[in-house]
Structures are given as C-alpha cells and as structure tokens.
Design a protein. Structure first.
Length: 370
C-alpha cells in the first residue's frame, strides 16, 4: 500500500504504519474526525475501523481567489468606509482654513471646525491601524464622522468636492496680490505692547534730552524687541505740503523693513517713519488706535501709525507697516472712531489692489504724540 499512488477521489484503506508522521501525531483526532492535508484526506472508517485516505479535490484557482477576495472584503469593508470619511474630514478642515483666510467665515469658527475635525481624523486613523475591528467601533466612528461632515458641509456651504477645491484655491490665490494683502493685514494686527515704568526707569527716561516716549494708560509703549518707543523731534521741523510729503515717502525706506513679531512690528514702523520725517524737516505725529475684530482677526487689538498736518490737505494719516519687501506699502487711512480702517496705497503697483482690506472698526484713537 505504501507504494501505491491513489489517483481517484475514492476512499482507500491504508495501514496505520503507512500513515504520514503528522497524522500519527494526531491519531486521537483522526479517531474522532477526518484530517485534511495538502494532497490527501485521512479518516478512520466508522464501520470497519480501518484507516483510509483519498485524493483531495482542489477547487479551481478562480474559485480560491474569489473566496479570498470575498473574505478580504468582509474584513476590510469597514476600514474602507472609515478611510473615505477620513479623506472627507481632511477636505472639510482645508476648506475651513481656506474660507477663513478668504474672509468668508470667521477665524473662531474655522478654529473650532479644524480642531474637531483633527480630533475625529486622529481617531479614524488610530482605528484604521488596528488589526481587528469590532462592528460597534466601526459604526461609532462612521456615525460621528458623518455627523461632523454633514454639519460642517452645511455651515461651509460645501455641496461637492469641487466646492472644496474652489475654497482652497480661492483662499491661496495670489491673483492681484489678494492673499498677500490678507496676510499683510494679519501681521499688522499684532497687539501693541505696553510696559509699566519703575521709578528707576522713569528717572532714566527723564535724563534723555530731546526725546519723547509714548505713554498709554500709565505705561510706556515698547517695540517688538522690548525697547522704549523713542520719538526724536526736530525743533526746526515744519508742516509739509501733500506733494512734499509724497516725495518724502517715496524715498523713505521704512516700508521696506521686514515685519517680524519678535524684532519689528507696527510700533517700530511708526517710530522709524516719525524719526525719519523729523530728520528730513517735516513735523510728524505718532498715533496709536484700538481696532475692533475683523474677518481675519477675531479680537480687538492695538495698532500704530503716523499723522502729518499738511499745509494744503490738512491732517493726513499714514500707515507704512508691511510684510511685503519690494512692494511700496505707504498708505493713507481715514481714521475716525466708529469707521472701518481701510488703507489705500499712495503709490499703487501693478498686480496689487490699491484699496486694502479692512482691518476692523476704529474703536478709539488713544494717542496722537507730536
């Protein structure tokens, strides 16, 4: 029997000593039920008690592949749906950021949507990393993700993937300098920093001659690096005409400075322009105001600029703060309490809008220091 090859699929007797070793090691199982190997199936015939084997029937490869595919699909269908909702969540987050930059929705709303979306996204990715998932977990992740996607889409007015793409592209478009102008306005809205003066510092300040500092509510205004804003006045300075002022601004390099939160902010710009104008023989004022919230800055904040009493146009406010090196950023502003703060370029350049985005409503004119 050991040398007989069975080529049909019928049961044939086999001696116990001819059983393969792996079957002999599992003889107790064989006495209870059949064992299946790679080529043969073994059993103990219940009537005669003899051991038997027969050639296994192997299903066609297509059938095997189909079974494997079905099994894989059953195991991973839930993960597939979770992956789709994760991608949709990423789209919602990017849309919220884009619409906020574009001024369509407020910054707080974008922050809330983004934080919730990031939390759900991380939860979804953690779920996808698990080898085995329970049905309850899959349903919970999908349910919460779908609720977030539906509510966020309704709020952001997203009806299709095309809307997601448009919201992102429109926000980051550089056409006519719109995105650059928005970012430029954003960096200008940093809070003015004010520090209390100790008695020693006060004495030191009083010892400095021909200089002046800017005080707000009992504190002295400081620049980004912590230095006291120091106004250097020229006793011989006179009021310029509008044409003289424009000629000075065109050659002045204050607006070419690089805006940096830690080294040079709006107060530093206004300080430099004031001192440069006085040195050029033109009387100038340092001005601080409080601006209300706007589309890209959700809280009130301080801002600094300059003023000139022109001989032909009266009081003119000048804002030269900018983060765009290589672009002339000298601007005029109509500063009135309760009115929108909307800068207008004095020297418009190609590719840039002459009217800048509103920086908020002027809540208070705090200081005009000549």
């Amino acid at each position: 029997m050991a040398n007989d090859w069975i080529t049909d699929h019928k049961w044939h007797d086999i001696k116990s000593q001819d059983l393969p070793d792996w079957v002999k090691h599992r003889i107790r199982e064989l006495n209870q039920h059949s064992l299946i190997g790679k080529s043969f199936e073994y059993r103990r015939e219940p009537t005669t008690g003899r051991y038997q084997r027969r050639l296994r029937r192997h299903p066609p490869r297509v059938v095997v592949w189909t079974k494997h595919a079905v099994a894989w699909g059953k195991r991973n269908t839930g993960k597939g749906f979770i992956l789709l909702t994760a991608l949709a969540t990423i789209g919602i987050i990017l849309s919220a950021v884009g619409l906020s930059i574009g001024g369509v929705i407020s910054l707080p709303a974008a922050i809330v949507i983004s934080l919730i979306g990031l939390g759900i996204l991380l939860w979804s990715l953690r779920t996808l990393s698990k080898h085995r998932l329970t049905l309850a977990r899959i349903v919970m992740v999908l349910l919460i993700s779908l609720v977030f996607i539906m509510f966020s889409s309704a709020y952001l007015d997203i009806r299709s993937p095309q809307d997601v793409r448009d919201s992102i592209l429109s926000a980051f478009s550089t056409e006519k300098g719109e995105f650059r102008s928005t970012v430029d306005m954003l960096v200008q809205r940093a809070e003015l920093e004010i520090v209390d003066l100790s008695s020693t510092a006060q004495e030191t300040i009083e010892e400095i001659k021909n200089t002046k500092h800017v005080y707000i509510d009992g504190g002295v205004l400081v620049g980004a690096d912590g230095h006291y804003i120091t106004l250097k006045n020229n006793p011989d300075a006179t009021d310029p005409s509008w044409e003289e002022l424009k000629a000075f601004l065109l050659t002045d390099e204050t607006d070419s400075q690089r805006y940096d939160y830690s080294t040079f902010v709006c107060a530093d710009f206004a300080e430099m322009l004031h001192n440069n104008a006085e040195a050029a023989g033109f009387r100038a004022a340092f001005v601080t105001i409080q601006l209300g919230p706007c589309s890209y800055y959700p809280i009130s904040g301080g801002h600094a600029l300059n003023a000139f009493e022109t001989t032909d146009k009266g009081l003119v406010y000048i804002d030269c703060t900018s983060s765009n090196q290589g672009v002339n950023s000298d601007k005029t502003v109509d500063v009135q309490e309760g009115k929108e703060y909307i800068p207008r370029s004095i020297f418009p350049e190609a590719g840039w809008e002459s009217v800048w985005e509103s920086m908020g409503v002027v809540q208070e004119i705090e200081v005009i220091e000549w």
